[in-house]
Ligand binder design. Structure first.
Ligand SMILES: Cc1ncc(COP(=O)(O)O)c(C=O)c1O
Length: 381
């Protein structure tokens, strides 16, 4: 049954019609035809109706919050729709009550989308504490070891963009309760790949962009804010963060929303948001367990085969310590990449390593195609 549903879904992926073996979701996800149609439909409403379509656009925004909330097992009032991870991170950071001397724990190899906004906290004279963990160390343990009574914020990627290492978010819960710090998560490389039950996790804010594992258009994402986080207020309010009285824009008594909409800013890309709803609805249709089972099966198989070759695997081998990314180094990285490209097998080179990132809709045969090329180059065939 699953195989035939996936076969059906693959028919709507234009990237396959281009003859590509696409194993690069950690870079950007391909769009399904359903998503393109949803985007087009909303764009057409602006073309054909302009201001007359506006009421519909607000329904689209609301639908997106509900669809994302249900996929992430949380409530719609905890979801703000924002353009990307960075905007979510910046809105979250601008809401946290940090003061001089507060410690902020982050990961040394953090992706720049989180790193640069965090560096902005220096203006508050916050102390930034970088966690270094080599590949033989447990990332979660390393984070826990740097938390102390002065820690007011722990900010990290759930899944590292480079090594694919996954932090055990749940394991931070008791320390978070004890110390009372806030937890800000960049969920970009996790959401859409791993099953996420936000109601069970000690996350205050999680920023996600839909363009990778959610297979949504570039330029639309979300910020999750827990019940506690929704009590905070961003330092600069956006007009979409307040209730809008469409008949009296000059009213100054319109309240800031109590829910996560308070973190929104101004007019959003409604067409892309409709695409996000469609993409998430497609993933929900398969279910996050099926998605992760397949991704895990593929990445486990890749790791198993790579271990038989003389390559340096940078990703933790245990499945609970990784997600959809497998990264490895080898003296012949450039040659491996060139040979993959020659066969239209799409992966990334990051920091001199090959990063492969299959999704649930890929097939075992596609994975074998990738492995075969790597094996041939490594063995000098
Ligand atoms: C961990 C992580 N965070 C964020 C991003 C992207 O940030 P943004 O959505 O702000 O463009 C990426 C990749 O592009 C990433 O790998």
């Amino acid at each position: 049954v699953d195989a035939s549903r996936i076969e059906q879904y693959r028919k709507g992926l234009k990237i396959l019609k281009k003859g590509l073996t696409y194993l690069n979701h950690a870079n950007v996800g391909p769009l399904h035809d359903d998503v393109v149609s949803a985007v087009r439909q909303t764009l057409m409403s602006q073309a054909e109706q302009a201001s007359l379509a506006q009421i519909k656009w607000f329904e689209i925004l609301d639908q997106a919050r509900h669809e994302c909330a249900s996929f992430l097992r949380t409530t719609a009032d905890s979801i703000a729709i924002l353009p990307n991870t960075s905007t979510g991170i910046i809105r979250a950071l601008s809401s946290l009550p940090l003061v001089s001397g507060d410690e902020v724990v982050y990961l040394e190899g953090e992706f720049p989308a989180l790193y640069w906004p965090l560096m902005g906290l220096k203006r508050l004279k916050a102390k930034l504490v970088a966690v270094r963990a080599n590949k033989h160390e447990d990332l979660t343990e390393a984070v826990l070891s740097r938390i102390n009574s002065r820690t007011r914020l722990v900010a990290l990627s759930w899944v590292d963009f480079f090594t694919g290492a996954r932090v055990d978010i749940k394991a931070l819960e008791s320390e978070k309760k004890r110390r009372g710090f806030h937890l800000l998560v960049d969920g970009m490389q996790a959401v859409g790949c791993l099953p996420v039950q936000l109601s069970e996790l000690p996350i205050d804010f999680m920023a996600v962009h839909g363009a990778k594992w959610l297979m949504a258009p570039v330029g639309v994402g979300l910020l999750y804010a827990s019940e506690e986080a929704r009590k905070l207020t961003p330092d600069f309010h956006g007009w979409y963060g307040h209730e809008i009285d469409w008949s009296a824009f000059l009213r100054r008594d319109t309240p800031l929303y109590a829910d996560a909409r308070k973190f929104e800013t101004g007019s959003p890309p409604f067409s892309l948001i409709n695409g996000l709803t469609s993409a998430v609805s497609n993933l929900s249709h398969f279910g996050s367990e099926l998605i992760w089972n397949r991704v895990n099966r593929f990445t486990t198989e890749i790791i198993r085969c790579l271990r038989e070759m003389e390559v340096d695997i940078l990703t933790p081998t245990e499945s609970e310590k990784r997600a959809g990314i497998v990264t490895f180094k080898h003296a012949k990285v450039n040659e491996i990449f060139a040979q993959l490209q020659k066969r239209s097998i799409i992966v990334s080179v990051r920091e001199g390593a090959i990063r492969v990132s299959p999704h649930f809709w890929n097939t075992g045969e596609e994975i074998q195609r990738f492995i075969e090329v790597v094996r041939n180059v490594v063995k000098g065939a």
